[in-house]
Design a protein around this ligand. Structure first.
Ligand code: UTP
Length: 297
């Protein structure tokens, strides 16, 4: 029987410069969609896919993420006294049992590949998932669960992908496709976005990965030799060439690119409209605003 994927890495050490000045004091992954931070959506997705251990790669002096996933007895007592059962239930999702979460520091921001490599000691010799929390995916079956189900058939390395218009190719780049099997795609390599717009496909990589110990092993944790960032995709491309075991998986669901302000705003609107308590009032407000260019009076 093929091994399961039980560990996930959440690289959240980046500067989040596109959301400055807010991210001077609040890590990007704590920015909320309505009332739940981006990281909560990613953690829920991972746990729904069977992930048991959550590894956060962090940087800087901010301990907001540690506090968010910690037990807060004072707050719990205050809510108990107020009889706020709903809020207490919401809070329980954030209170992680000891041993489930680990925090690893990325001392220098040497890129996504380096951030993943910082968790090397905690991954040992097993396949693992990587989730970038600013890619938010709203799906009936969580994206990572869809991927793990496909991966149990293929093994190897798998990246979450979606077809996009050519002018919307994201920073993570696209697939160079070897064989297209509908949802599943066998991959020659991952190709960066170029200024020339001559990428080999419009099947874009988004921040969901299932990776082998061999990819982890080829990531360098020391100083990058050319002063460049350590690229996760270079390590995946090496696996595609040497081991011929890289796949893309076209997930089912709606994707929101919350690394950009426009994508973040779209996600807020979408998640607000999904909530029964806001749908009517907020929906009417949006409609009026679009029609008349102003709020409701
Ligand atoms: P981004 O490229 O979106 O960078 O990183 P960023 O810092 O989050 O945002 P901007 O570009 O400054 O606005 C993609 C993911 O990789 C993590 C980020 O935290 C984000 O989740 N990352 C990036 C690291 O953990 N370490 C790095 O050195 C670089």
């Amino acid at each position: 029987m093929r091994k399961r994927v039980t560990k996930a890495i959440f690289p959240v050490a980046g500067l989040g410069a596109r959301f400055l000045p807010a991210t001077k004091a609040i890590p990007k992954e704590i920015l909320p969609l309505v009332d739940r931070p981006l990281i909560q959506y990613a953690v829920d997705e991972a746990q729904a896919a069977g992930i048991k251990e959550l590894i956060f790669v962090t940087a800087g002096s901010n301990s907001v993420l540690e506090d968010y996933f910690d037990n807060d007895p004072e707050l719990v007592n205050a809510l108990r006294k107020k009889g706020s059962a709903d809020l207490l239930a919401d809070l329980r999702q954030t209170d992680m049992e000891s041993g489930i979460v680990a925090f690893v520091r990325q001392r220098e921001l040497w890129g996504l590949g380096h951030a993943v490599a910082c968790a090397q000691q905690l991954i040992a010799n097993e396949s693992f998932a990587v989730l970038l929390p600013d890619d938010v995916i709203d799906a009936d079956k969580p994206c990572l669960k869809q991927m793990i189900e496909a991966w149990t058939e293929t093994g190897g390395n798998m990246v979450g992908v979606m077809d996009v218009p050519r002018d919307q190719i994201p920073a993570l780049g696209v697939l160079d496709i070897k064989e297209d099997m509908n949802r599943l795609v066998s991959v020659r390599g991952l190709v960066k976005k170029t200024d020339a717009a001559d990428e080999p496909s419009c099947t874009a990589v988004i921040g969901r990965y299932i990776l082998t110990p061999s990819v982890m092993g080829s990531l360098v944790i020391g100083t990058p030799s050319v002063g460049a960032e350590t690229q996760l995709h270079d390590a995946i491309n090496a696996a595609a060439v040497q081991e011929n075991n890289v796949y893309g998986y076209r997930f089912e669901g709606n994707h929101y690119d919350c690394s950009s302000k426009a994508g973040y705003l779209e996600a807020i609107v979408a998640f607000a409209l999904k909530r029964p308590e806001f749908r009517d009032r907020f929906g009417a407000y949006l409609e009026a605003t679009v029609k008349h260019g102003g709020g409701m009076s």
